[in-house]
Ligand binder design. Structure first.
Ligand SMILES: [Zn+2]
Length: 431
């Protein structure tokens, strides 16, 4: 058979070139309880009418079905907006062999891993994520393939490479023999001085970044004993943030140490990720600038758990894990009580993909009300990501809708039992 003879078969594939269309008929979701606007009281017995991927109407009770419409029975379920995770790393997952994978796996291997992880994330009820750092182009290909409907996964806002100084937290060549890698530069996110910092941002945007991620301080999982304090200088932070803002991109800053948090906030960053060693000055600055805190308690918990296993991490990482992990939750509690704006993020990739929900009970244990924890993962996260069509189930919003068998306002762990997922009007899990 000739190549040409094969062509019609290829073109007939339902997955290539022809994304599954959003159902153009109306879908009526009959909800036992619906959290239409997180932060407000849930509404009992309503019907959400979904048309062309959006919420077209909200009706009281369960009116008779319009001709041609189809019904989904969620009368026993608690319905809420699709969840948003502002801190993921979809192209990898921490394991005992992570440092070896870095020299064994290709960009293609990472892309295929990411396809698996994206599906798990979506089926766990996370319909949008912000991916804050991944090497290579896999994350952009993943984002675009999901957007086209070729593969299932959350809507992704992607940062590309994290920006870091040489030897800083996201210098991926840290701890390896020097002849294994060329000295990385701005294309790989490694920038020293103002000019390289500007170039690093411009290169990420050129490659397709929706958002810029920088590491303001040292971090836990980098193989260096350089601690968790400030790494970029103030002029470098300002160069990154002003360049990103001038190109219409927000900036997320990884930061543990107090000086690094303060420097990033002073430079005008849009969110601080982790925020471990917050002090009163930092809390006041958060409130003054309106920056969000993305606490990632699950990452702290995960590294503490893994560090119990003595051989899991190199000694230099183990020490940081045991020191930093326990402080995160206390700082988050303080920021919450002080009224800092908080958005939900897990650092999944450190924890396992698809278990993002485990951040919720940790937030509640740190003193956050279940209602506010849901606001962090919906309206606040949408606001941080600059998306105005997700985060509530009001008329006109994207039909990103999930359902649980019980109310998370009464039982937070119900978020680990997502039974139904609709994304932009398409049912991807459930009846
Ligand atoms: Zn991270």
């Amino acid at each position: 058979m000739t190549i040409l003879g094969l062509l019609p078969l290829v073109l007939a594939s339902p997955w290539i070139g022809a994304p599954p269309a959003a159902q153009d008929t109306e879908t009526w979701l009959r909800c036992g309880m619906a959290l239409v606007v997180p932060g407000e009281a849930p509404r009992p017995e309503v019907t959400l009418v979904v048309r062309e991927g959006r919420i077209a109407a909200i009706r009281e009770g369960y009116p008779p079905l319009a001709p041609g419409a189809r019904a989904v029975d969620l009368r026993e379920a608690f319905v809420l907006p699709g969840l948003i995770d502002c801190h993921t790393h979809l192209t990898h997952e921490l394991s005992r062999t992570s440092r070896l994978e870095r020299v064994e796996e290709s960009d293609a291997d990472r892309a295929i891993r990411a396809v698996v992880y994206a599906r798990r994330t979506l089926e766990a009820g996370f319909t949008t994520v912000r991916n804050v750092g991944s090497s290579g182009d896999a994350i952009f290909a993943l984002r675009d393939a999901i957007e086209k409907g070729w593969i299932p996964g959350p809507r992704i806002l992607a940062a590309g490479e994290s920006l870091s100084p040489t030897g800083g937290h996201s210098d991926e060549t840290l701890g390896y023999r020097e002849d294994l890698f060329e000295l990385p530069g701005p294309a790989l996110g490694i920038c020293d001085g103002v000019a390289e910092c500007r170039k690093g941002v411009r290169l990420q945007v050129k490659r397709g970044a929706d958002v810029i991620k920088l590491v303001a301080t040292g971090g836990v999982l980098s193989a260096t004993n350089a601690g968790t304090e400030q790494q970029f200088f103030g002029d470098e932070l300002t160069a990154i943030i002003t360049t990103a803002h001038s190109l219409g991109r927000k900036v997320a800053a990884h930061a543990h140490g107090t000086r690094g948090i303060l420097a990033a906030l002073h430079a005008g960053v849009d969110s601080i990720e982790h925020g471990t060693y917050l002090d009163d000055e930092a809390i006041a600055l958060f409130k003054e600038t309106g920056a969000y805190l993305v606490p990632t308690l699950l990452a702290g918990q995960t590294v503490v758990d893994l560090a119990q296993d003595e051989g899991y991490f190199p000694a230099v990482i183990r020490e940081k894990a045991l020191r930093v992990g326990p402080v995160l939750a206390a700082s988050l509690g303080r920021a919450y009580r002080a009224g800092v704006r908080i958005a939900f993020g897990t650092d999944s990739g450190v924890s396992r993909h698809g278990e993002n929900w485990r951040e919720f009970p940790l937030l509640v244990a740190a003193g956050v009300s279940p209602a506010d924890a849901l606001v962090f993962a919906t309206r606040n996260a949408a606001d941080l990501l600059g998306l105005d069509d997700v985060g509530t189930l009001e008329v006109g919003m994207r039909a990103d809708i999930i359902a649980l068998p019980a109310s998370p306002l009464e039982e937070i762990s119900a978020l680990g039992r997502v039974s139904f997922v609709m994304q932009a009007g398409r049912i991807v899990k459930g009846p």
